[in-house]
Design a protein around this ligand. Structure first.
Ligand code: PHE
Length: 366
């Protein structure tokens, strides 16, 4: 007992002498941490006879409370001193004028992602995200691309040397489609989501960078069909490009995770050397441009994600965000997006006050 008293007294003295938050924290760990001496004493209570425990427990509990209180008081006192010091030394001159021109700009990729979120929110879609460091089960297997699927090789995947705790190969996600799987598994059905984010492929030239941006769309519900997909894409693209004459062409295609799969082309004309979307690609002076991949979610994918494909079906699409930005705002080299050149940002960036809203037009003036 006297031993306990002495240790308590020494600890309390050390606490009141401590003059930094770190020193107090070290004392806390020494006494109350997992291996701390008071914690160790508390553990001995379990092995005592009821009589011993009745005699010793109050003293140990009292020591614990006294030390905990002293630590809390000391921390507070140190924080107070620090706050007083800051209040005395840091001042803000509120009479200074604001800078004449805002210095920073919103990157076109951020701007376009905000525009997408605004347009799809109006259609009842929530925004979801997933990890950029993925495992091959979510990125491939659950999307109906097993180990030997040839489509895996086409993704130019960046792999990590180590596997995860479940012995899955780790990689940088090659598309936003794994967010389909994660969202279905976490939230079940029905679902209406978009998932914007960074994706990675080992590929680089004027139109490809090793990191780029996609937005995934996923709708899971009952009785969903291709007509819903076409209407949704048309409505989205008309709102995004702020033109009513957007014309789509749906072409049969193949993705392992959709069946049937459709590639969506959009009609455009060349105006003053720039591609301007609008009109049928078959009209004079017009052509078709491939814009995005989509399709009805493959039954196997719905099954992998733990849902019953006889009850739920849906559609999914994936589109390049950088590509959308280039088409809407007229940049011609993708690499410049990621150079961080202040002149490019000043030219193509957006004012932080230009929040995209449907009523004011989602396309803020650059
Ligand atoms: N994940 C595909 C890609 O990156 C795009 C896609 C998404 C296609 C959803 C169909 C459905 O190319």
């Amino acid at each position: 007992m006297t031993d306990l008293n002495t240790r308590q007294k020494n600890t309390l003295a050390a606490i009141s002498a401590a003059d930094t938050a770190d020193a107090v924290e070290a004392l806390r760990v020494e006494a109350l941490g997992k291996q701390g001496w008071i914690s160790q004493l508390l553990k001995t209570l379990g092995k005592m006879t009821p009589e011993e425990r009745q005699e010793q427990a109050p003293a140990i509990q009292q020591a614990r409370a006294a030390v905990a209180d002293a630590i809390a008081d000391r921390k507070q006192a140190i924080d107070d001193v620090e706050l007083d010091r800051k209040l005395a030394t840091e001042t803000l001159d509120l009479s200074l004028p604001a800078p004449a021109t805002p210095k920073g700009t919103v990157h076109p990729v951020s701007q376009v992602m905000d525009e997408l979120a605004e347009i799809f929110a109006d259609l009842g879609f929530a925004v979801k995200t997933g990890p950029e460091v993925e495992d091959d089960w979510h990125n491939f297997t659950a999307l109906n691309m097993d180990e030997n699927h040839p489509a895996r090789a086409m993704h130019d995947t960046f792999y990590f040397p180590d596997r995860d705790a479940d012995d899955r190969a780790m990689l940088l996600r090659t598309h936003t489609s794994p967010v389909q799987i994660r969202t279905m598994m976490n939230e079940g059905a029905p679902l209406r989501i978009i998932a914007p984010g960074r994706v990675y492929r080992s590929d680089s030239d004027a139109t490809h960078t090793p990191m780029f941006h996609q937005v995934e769309g996923l709708v899971i519900d009952k009785d969903i069909h291709l007509g819903h997909l076409k209407w949704t894409l048309e409505t989205f693209l008309k709102a995004f490009f702020e033109r009513d004459d957007i014309v789509l062409r749906l072409r049969p295609s193949y993705f392992p995770f959709t069946e049937p799969s459709v590639e969506v082309d959009v009609g455009f004309a060349i105006v003053k050397g720039r591609r301007v979307l609008g009109g049928s690609g078959d009209a004079p002076g017009h052509a078709w441009m491939e814009l995005l991949g989509s399709g009805m979610v493959n039954r196997r994918v719905i099954e992998f994600a733990g849902l019953d494909p006889d009850e739920w079906q849906g559609f999914a699409f994936g589109v390049g965000v950088d590509r959308l930005a280039m088409l809407k705002y007229g940049m011609d080299d993708l690499r410049a997006f990621f150079d961080g050149d202040i002149r490019w940002l000043q030219h193509y960036g957006f004012s932080p006050y230009d929040q995209p809203t449907l009523s004011a037009g989602v396309g803020a003036s650059s």
